[in-house]
Write a protein that binds this ligand. Structure first.
Ligand SMILES: Nc1ncnc2c1ncn2[C@@H]1O[C@H](COP(=O)(O)OP(=O)(O)OP(=O)(O)O)[C@@H](O)[C@H]1O
Length: 341
């Protein structure tokens, strides 16, 4: 449904994104995850046809975003980071207005607006002025304006930013329910957002895609970095650490408690291979005549995957950049002006 190839965007002397590739299948929710300044908003704006790319292509349902922008706009609903809402209009009249500018036929508008309000649980607020709504309800109006023309693709830029925990759950549930009929791209810097909402995730850092996979497969890639937390008694921590460190497959042993403490030592063991180490660790401890009080295998989280990918990117860069130079951030606002025109 969406194909992004070799997409780059340069603002003056700032390269916001570089050679970005990914695709989204029909009916899928793709999470576009990255830290602040990674290039998420830039990518979402290009996809929505708000700003042109410097190089590369985006195709939506087979149409080129740049060459066939009208056909693409009809098929896309976009929730920007700060949705432009008219505070002096009621929810219903605003959505009617958006439906008209999005090309919904006059005879279909009432039905489309009713449908969007129902989906976003806005029906009871339909006569309320938008400026009088809470942040959570305003966000729902933002989503309703993105879906009112029944687009095949919905692009949501940081849809839960600034919401309270209850509103976040409601908006996430709404997004999941929309996926039944739509293809969705959701940009976020919040990890739980992708693990709770998305089928697949593309991770972007410093303008480049560093991974695309399902949350489960990204975690599976880290299984090699299994770690074990042990509670052992019978010897000093340093002696236990020395023994465990000599076992095949053990990458690192860390003593969490005081190394000279004789009672229950807290030890963290990191493995360097896919093989489970639990049995081996237990056997080594028992053979030494020590007491094993507890052993827990620590599973990596999506946060570990994210930090691992982003940290390795930074390390790679430090290796190649021998004398990093400060590049003054370009203040190029012409694209913003284009967008507002
Ligand atoms: N109009 C602009 N002119 C100049 N530089 C820009 C412009 N818009 C974005 N940038 C720069 O491009 C880079 C990517 O910004 P972008 O807003 O796409 O990132 P982001 O991942 O959405 O970040 P955030 O989560 O903080 O919104 C940043 O270095 C940013 O300063």
């Amino acid at each position: 449904m969406i194909e992004v190839e070799h997409l780059s965007k340069v603002y003056g002397s700032t390269t916001a994104i570089q050679d970005v590739d990914f695709s989204v299948q029909k009916g899928e929710i793709l999470g576009f995850l990255g830290p602040n300044g990674a290039g998420k908003t830039t990518t979402m704006r290009i996809l929505a046809g708000y700003i042109p790319a410097t190089t590369g292509t985006v195709r939506v349902a087979g149409f080129d975003v740049h060459e066939q922008s009208l056909a693409v706009r009809k098929r896309i609903g976009y929730l920007p980071e700060n949705p432009p809402l008219y505070g002096d209009m009621t929810v219903e009249s605003f959505l009617g207005f958006v439906a008209s500018i999005k090309g919904v036929k006059p005879g279909d508008r009432r039905q489309r607006v009713t449908w969007a309000m129902e989906r976003c649980q806005l029906t009871e607020k339909r006569k309320v002025l938008i400026r009088k709504l809470s942040k959570g309800f305003k966000q729902r109006v933002g989503i309703a304006q993105a879906i009112v023309h029944d687009p095949a693709v919905i692009i949501l830029d940081e849809p839960t930013v600034g919401l309270d925990p209850k509103q976040i759950i409601e908006v996430r549930n709404l997004i999941k329910s929309l996926a039944e009929e739509h293809t969705i791209i959701l940009s976020t810097h919040i990890l739980p957002e992708v693990s709770m909402t998305c089928d697949r995730v593309t991770i972007i850092n410093q303008g480049r895609v560093v991974a695309t996979n399902t949350p489960e497969n990204l975690l599976a890639d880290l299984r090699g970095n299994l770690s074990y937390q042990l509670e052992v008694a019978g010897a000093e921590g340093t002696a236990i650490a020395r023994c465990l460190q000599s076992l095949p497959g053990v990458e690192e042993v860390e003593i969490k408690s005081h190394p000279q403490q004789q009672e229950r030592q807290q030890i963290l063991v990191r493995s360097n291979q896919l093989k489970e180490l639990g049995q081996q660790l237990a056997q080594a401890i028992v053979t030494q005549g020590w007491d094993l009080y507890e052993m827990q295998r620590l599973r990596p989280t999506l946060e570990d995957v994210f930090l691992n990918l982003i940290t390795s990117e930074v390390v790679d860069e430090e290796i190649v950049t021998e004398s990093p130079q400060e590049t003054p951030e370009a203040q190029v606002d012409d694209e913003e002006n284009l967008e507002n025109a």
